[in-house]
Design a protein around this ligand. Structure first.
Ligand code: BGC
Length: 515
């Protein structure tokens, strides 16, 4: 049976930066709803909404205080219902984020845990432990183990009574204790809550982190847990997580319609990732290898081959991602300026020629670069604070979208956005690119329309020049020039990221050929 998510193009919306419907400088659900015609015209199949739940916003909403409500900054539950109805009416599926590794410290459960005694059932919903190294007043001075937060600093914070609680992310994001059946019951209920409201799927945040090794052993020296890195540890990719996803699969399968879930699982190898998409677990896992790959033929080919081999082994669809809200925008990663944009356009044609499911991040269709010069005092990413102001963090890829050539936030809303946009973003706006032949927006639209008509089914590599990749995907041929010299090509061009010059594909360009 063909499922919609097998070859869907899923567009990630970062609600606070997509469109501001009420003029308060922060994007919202009403803003998203107003842009549904834009998303339909772009040609995507689904939207994935990053968290819009009640939250103090210490990690831009990935710190959830109420998993069953909408934060007033973004609207309310009826706005959510209206958005789902409007999206479905436009034939767009809706995927929402679920954040099961941790809550906000403002979540009622955590507040109750802080108020309760050590050893109480309230504390058993999180990881509270006594520390070590008692001082003369009998207060512990060192946390229970050596774990570090992925945002920097240690992964433990001391409660007022001296016990410590675990937080793999910010100190305002305490980790749930998934050894506790109550946590399982709570999340099963949260899944049902949103499924009942009509969502088509979930993106599972930090899917690899929920279960910790018994005894919370030290990681020992030499294990440097970089931000969402792929190192295995006593808190990432512990085998016990798979039991959780088996039970979630049963919940998803018990609903009518074709509901799905995609794991954010940063794990050490494609094989470990495949464990998350075995037949009775989740439907997809993001393959982040393109997101971090260099722009060269060898890297691309090995990422593509590894993904196809891996997913085939578990009969799951491949997934592809070039950008998201956690990584620098790929135009900048590929060299910035014209070179970066050329390569980004070639990269997206390559990705869209591949079989499987594709995740796009808002603004990449406009060729937006990373914003590198945000004023430090406006940075909100906890990484910036927790690294002692040495890591700039992820705000540079979260700047509000430009919709119009002019205005206080280039059409993002009536007011300036929560982060300032570069002064030249009017020229990159939707308005400036709409209908303009050769614009990045029109390239995405054309590519998505062609991909919808000719759905890629395979990758058959063809002989090609050095620094070039060429493959047939069952519908058309894709040639990518990663090198510095033009490469002669032949055939009827369906679409290209740059004009051919005298029958040659320029450096840093890709083209699709019929037949
Ligand atoms: C999300 C991040 C978030 C972290 C903690 C990640 O994987 O994508 O944006 O900061 O989880 O929830």
């Amino acid at each position: 049976m063909r499922h919609w998510w097998h070859d869907a193009v899923i567009y990630q919306i970062y609600p606070r930066s997509f469109a501001d419907g009420n003029g308060d400088g922060m994007g919202d659900l009403a803003g998203i709803k107003s842009r549904i015609p834009y998303l339909s015209r772009l040609g995507v199949d689904a939207i994935w909404l990053s968290p819009f739940y009640t939250s103090p916003q210490n990690d831009a909403g990935y710190d959830v205080a109420d998993f069953r409500d909408v934060d007033p900054r973004f609207g309310d539950l009826s706005d959510f219902d209206e958005l789902v109805t409007a999206a479905h009416a436009a034939d767009l599926k809706v995927v929402v984020d679920i954040v099961p590794n941790h809550s906000s410290s403002e979540h009622p459960w955590f507040q109750a845990a802080l108020a309760a005694e050590p050893g109480s059932p309230e504390r058993a919903l999180y990881h509270f432990r006594d520390g070590v190294a008692v001082d003369e007043d009998g207060v512990t001075t060192e946390p229970p183990n050596d774990w570090r937060s992925v945002f920097g600093g240690r992964a433990w914070t001391q409660a007022p009574d001296g016990q410590w609680y675990l937080h793999l992310f910010d100190s305002t994001q305490p980790d749930f204790n998934w050894d506790n059946p109550k946590v399982h019951e709570e999340f099963a209920d949260i899944l049902r809550f949103w499924l009942d409201r009509g969502v088509d799927g979930f993106r599972v945040d930090v899917a690899h982190g929920l279960v910790k090794e018994p005894g919370l052993p030290d990681v020992g020296e030499g294990l440097d847990i970089e931000m969402l890195g792929t190192t295995r540890s006593p808190f990432f990719d512990v085998d016990g997580v798979h039991e959780i996803y088996r039970s979630w699969r049963q919940i998803l399968d018990s609903y009518p319609g074709d509901r799905m879930a995609v794991a954010e699982a940063w794990v050490e190898s494609p094989q470990r990732r495949a464990n998350y998409v075995r037949g009775d677990e989740l439907h997809q896992a993001f393959n982040f290898d393109l997101l971090v790959a260099d722009f060269d033929a060898e890297s691309y080919r090995s990422v593509i081959d590894a993904e196809l081999t891996t997913v085939t082994s578990v009969d799951a669809p491949p997934t592809w991602v070039l950008s998201n809200h956690d990584r620098p925008r790929y135009v900048t990663r590929y060299g910035d300026g014209k070179k970066g944009l050329d390569r980004a356009r070639a990269a997206v044609l390559t990705m869209l020629a591949l079989p499987g499911s594709v995740y796009l991040y808002q603004g990449e269709e406009l060729g937006l670069p990373e914003v590198l010069d945000l004023p430090d005092h406006l940075r909100e990413d906890p990484t910036w604070h927790r690294s002692g102001f040495t890591e700039k963090g992820r705000d540079g890829c979260r700047v509000p979208l430009p919709w119009k050539r002019s205005g206080p936030s280039f059409g993002f809303g009536e007011a300036a956005g929560w982060l300032p946009q570069p002064s030249d973003w009017g020229e990159k706006s939707v308005e400036a690119q709409d209908g303009v032949e050769g614009s990045t927006l029109e390239l995405y639209r054309s590519a998505l329309a062609l991909r919808r008509r000719d759905v890629p089914t395979k990758v058959a590599w063809l002989p090609s020049e050095a620094d070039t990749l060429s493959f047939h995907n069952g519908c058309f041929r894709c040639v990518v020039n990663f090198g510095s010299q033009p490469v002669p090509v032949d055939g009827d061009v369906l679409l290209s990221s740059a004009d051919l010059i005298d029958g040659a594909l320029p450096s840093g360009a890709a083209a699709w050929f019929s037949g």
